[in-house]
Design a protein around this ligand. Structure first.
Ligand code: GLA
Length: 486
């Protein structure tokens, strides 16, 4: 959760803008709600290195902020962000050139990627004080590199940098879903947590201070938001600490209405997608801010299983019910998405939510109150979204017990299902469990190390069909898998 400079400031980003945004994040209620990263995207570096290969930045763009600091030192802005109790993020590319070769405005710059300098650059980011790094794919795509290979090398360089500085450097993979990252990104290079982008950009940036013909005509539509959600659904690859990234948010930006803000927030939280707000935080309306900081919505987002939702019902074309299993037994987050031009009312089918009988309670998250009757129809205006938390009783699961390693023939004949996996991984490293399904799907499931006799637990979404689970590389032990019929 945090803020990213790209959507609203594109490549005109500088120290003053980042300071202003960070200050706003720290004081408008977002920090308290859990937004913590302030990420500087493309445009911070123009491709210059010194004779030793060290990155050199423009001293005017990144001047000293406090007495005693040097102009042109990225440690200044990282320290400023830290002084507000926030974490700092930076950006590079997996190839030689970065996306500055395709500038949103102004001149183009080459050599803004880290290829050939992975050790040096990731250590440098960490030494400057950055806590997060987004690694883009413009140069990687241009050179036709393998994402799995580049991002594995980067993951290892990041972990070496972390070891040297003692500072966690969170890994944000941005190869736009172009090489099926769900196949390889979870646990790549034994990384203990990461996000990976699943699609192209939600919008071309809308920079309010740039009054050129191009920026003036940019307006966000519901299509931008819905397309990113639809392209981002790879629920089989997502689980605790490893997340599909639906892209930076556009809450409150030009073209967004309250209904579209609700739709956007609802879809991102129910997907446990990174909530990296790309808006100009100084322009957020009270309504947008209240959505972004709705603690009940954020609790859905922060559920320890961190799963994506399953589409459980579509009672009429464009009226969709999405449900996400949560770590508390019998709890579901439910989003009723109305993609149509007409107001609708939906009565939920509890059986389709995998519940036994009628639930005990159903809560309206936007209005922070329980529905008077759990069986009452829920109203959803045109192009809007209702968000609910439902508490009931899970149906009894089918139980699979592995002989320490693989499980084969896991059945989900009617559609995707929710499963809970108990495992032990005493290898000291992240291990990858591969899920293969009769539909041809192959996904990496990364399992964190466990200690002693401790049992690790993750939630999983298994796709329709029959699936097999088997370890890749280092093995660990599967203790038990409970598969819930939905
Ligand atoms: C790519 C990424 C965006 C942003 C821009 C910067 O398009 O997908 O998120 O980082 O590059 O140019």
């Amino acid at each position: 959760m945090g803020w990213n400079s790209w959507n609203s400031f594109a490549n005109i980003v500088n120290s003053q803008i980042v300071q202003q945004q960070a200050k706003t994040l720290a004081s408008n209620g977002m920090k308290v709600a859990g937004y913590e990263y302030v990420v500087i995207d493309e445009g911070w570096w123009l491709g210059e290195r010194d004779a030793a290969g060290n990155i050199v930045v423009n001293a005017k763009q990144w001047p000293a902020i406090r007495p005693g600091q040097k102009d042109g030192d990225m440690a200044n802005i990282a320290a400023y962000i830290h002084s507000l109790g926030l974490k700092a993020g930076i950006y590079t590319d997996a190839g030689k050139d970065g996306c500055s070769m395709y500038p949103d405005s102004g001149p183009k710059y080459l050599n803004t990627g880290s290829e050939g300098h992975f050790e040096q650059d990731f250590l440098q980011f960490s030494e400057w004080g950055f806590d997060y790094v987004k690694v883009d794919w413009c140069g990687g795509a241009k050179e036709k590199l393998s994402g799995a290979v580049q991002y594995e090398q980067i993951a290892r360089a990041i972990q070496r940098a972390e070891k040297t500085t003692g500072r966690k450097l969170y890994f944000s993979i941005c190869e736009w879903g172009s090489q099926n990252p769900w196949f390889w990104a979870p646990g790549v290079g034994e990384i203990k947590s990461s996000i990976w982008r699943t699609g192209g950009d939600i919008i071309p940036p809308v920079v309010e201070s740039l009054h050129d013909v191009e920026h003036d005509k940019r307006v966000i539509t519901s299509g931008n938001v819905l397309d990113s959600f639809d392209a981002g659904l790879h629920p089989e690859a997502q689980h605790t600490d490893y997340f599909n990234d639906l892209d930076m948010m556009v809450m409150g930006m030009r073209g967004m209405t309250d209904a579209l803000d609700r739709t956007h927030m609802g879809l991102w939280v129910i997907s446990s997608a990174p909530l990296m707000v790309g808006s100009d935080l100084s322009r957020l309306s009270p309504a947008t801010l209240s959505l972004l900081t709705n603690e009940e919505a954020l609790a859905i987002h922060n559920d320890p299983y961190g799963l994506q939702p399953i589409k459980v019902d579509e009672p009429a074309l464009g009226i969709q019910v999405w449900a996400k299993p949560m770590a508390i037994a019998g709890r579901r987050a439910v989003a009723i998405l109305n993609r149509t031009d007409a107001f609708t009312q939906v009565t939920l089918n509890w059986e389709k939510l995998g519940l036994k009988g009628t639930p005990k309670s159903s809560r309206d998250v936007w209005n922070r109150r329980d529905f008077v009757s759990v069986n009452a129809a829920v109203s959803v205006p045109a192009h809007d979204l209702a968000l609910l938390i439902v508490d009931g009783e899970d149906k009894t699961p089918a139980e699979y017990t592995a002989n320490q390693t693989d499980i084969t023939g896991i059945q989900a004949p009617r559609g995707p299902v929710f499963a809970r996996l108990n495992y032990a991984n005493t290898s000291g490293h992240v291990v990858v469990l591969r899920m293969k399904n009769t539909s041809g799907l192959s996904t990496a499931i990364a399992l964190q190390p466990t200690v002693g006799s401790e049992t690790g637990t993750i939630g999983l979404i298994l796709p329709k069909g029959t699936a097999d689970l088997s370890f890749e590389g280092k093995p660990a032990a599967i203790r038990r898998l409970d598969v819930y019929a939905w």
